[in-house]
Design a binder for this molecule. Structure first.
Ligand SMILES: O=P(O)(O)OC[C@H]1O[C@H](OP(=O)(O)OP(=O)(O)O)[C@H](O)[C@@H]1O
Ligand SMILES: O=c1cc[nH]c(=O)[nH]1
Length: 219
């Protein structure tokens, strides 16, 4: 399984991630969502370099031009809720992609709030048979939401390649993806890898609860 960590190369992505993490910026949800979206655009651009390309002739007002354009059938999938602005960033770049949505939310399963279960309740997707599947979700913490989402999409076909795209990942989350998705055709993209999960399964230092920072508290 390939892992691409954009923070290993200096780029403007680091500025977006710094603002996402910074409590001084987090009060502004518009800015938070916008930075998630911008990281999505940058990762999408990087992913675009790995696609298959074919030559096409385009007619201009003055003649014709031969250009190489992506040939992959892309399904751009995301996990509600925090995935929405990230998905938007990807869609700004892959505007021809088909889109897929799944809901997955974490719920503590013990009163100490140290164990989480994932609930999947909604799935809307085209066939992913033979497609390049991009699953965009900003946080790869335990990796359980990603596994459940992938399994839900798998009921609608076998993808040719899977790009797991997130903003922050953890070694635990990456390891979980390696164990539960087909490693030989999966690439993990992230803007940074943080070292640990705390006892409540939050990424540390992380940025907090991405869904709440995008859309407010849930009860
Ligand atoms: O790797 P995991 O441990 O499964 O955690 C990652 C999940 O946590 C966040 O969603 P959350 O459950 O907070 O739901 P929300 O986006 O609706 O707030 C995030 O968007 C991921 O889907
Ligand atoms: O740190 C974390 C872990 C999971 N989901 C979040 O939103 N933040």
């Amino acid at each position: 399984m390939k892992i691409i960590n954009l923070s290993e190369t200096d780029s403007i992505v680091n500025q977006y991630v710094a603002e996402l993490r910074d409590v001084c910026y987090q009060g502004n949800r518009l800015l938070f969502r916008n930075n998630i979206s911008r990281v999505g655009e940058m990762e999408a651009y990087e992913i675009s370099k790995t696609l298959c390309y074919e030559e096409r002739e385009v007619t201009t007002p003055l003649g014709t031009s031969r250009v190489r354009v992506p040939a992959d059938g892309i399904v751009l999938a995301t996990i509600f809720r925090a995935g929405l602005p990230f998905h938007n960033g990807f869609l700004n770049v892959f505007d021809h992609a088909a889109c897929a949505f799944v809901s997955a939310y974490r719920e503590y399963t013990n009163k100490e709030h140290t164990e989480v279960g994932i609930h999947v309740e909604y799935l809307a997707t085209p066939s992913i048979e033979g497609k390049t599947l991009v699953i965009a979700d900003p946080m790869l913490a335990t990796g359980c939401s990603m596994e459940m989402a992938y399994k839900a999409f798998l009921t609608r076909g076998e993808p040719r390649h899977i790009h797991v795209a997130c903003v922050l990942a953890t070694p635990d989350g990456i390891e979980h993806v390696r164990r539960t998705l087909p490693a030989e055709k999966t690439t993990v993209w992230c803007a940074a890898i943080d070292p640990v999960l705390n006892e409540h399964k939050y990424i540390v230092p992380g940025l907090g609860d991405a869904g709440d920072l995008c859309y407010g508290d849930k009860v």
